[in-house]
Design a protein around this ligand. Sequence first.
Ligand code: HEC
Length: 142
Amino acid sequence: MFLQSGIKPSAIAMSSLLLMVISQAATAATPQSFLDTYAQEVKVQNPGFKGFSAKSGESFYKQTHGGDWSCSSCHTDNPMQTGKHAVTGKVIQPLSPNANPARFSDVDKVNKWFKRNCNDVLKRECTPEEKGNLLTYLLSVK
Ligand code: HEC
């Protein structure tokens, strides 16, 4: 009787712990997991791919691409700093994961904003190589 009521709650605790671990594994993302995914995507097109470049990422981030905006128009020239939306003036938390650990931790959020921001700045989606270079740059700033 005592034993049984002792086992049950712990069994429930164990299985809910297990569920938590499983669901976290399915959704958790890190800057490194994004880099791995982008590298895999690049290699499909370019098997000789040698790795991402922080330097290319920096110029991609700071340059305009045929329109008025660059990434730095809203995220500032320094991705360690708090930004400001070029139109609405709304505060944007720093884009670099070094300054803001919430960055590149959520696949849906990253995909949504890459899509929207790349369309605003480049009038097309960013390529996996552009995303990988950009993230490499964001991780290189101190
Ligand atoms: C017109 C303003 C604007 C421009 C230009 C802009 N962004 Fe953003 N960006 C935002 C806003 C607003 C958010 C969402 C709010 C937030 O997450 O703080 C965001 C979020 C993001 C995120 C989500 C990251 C995460 O994990 O939370 C990424 C990635 C991103 N931007 C990349 C870029 C890149 C790359 C460019 C240039 C091609 C760019 N942005 C240009 C406004 C902009």
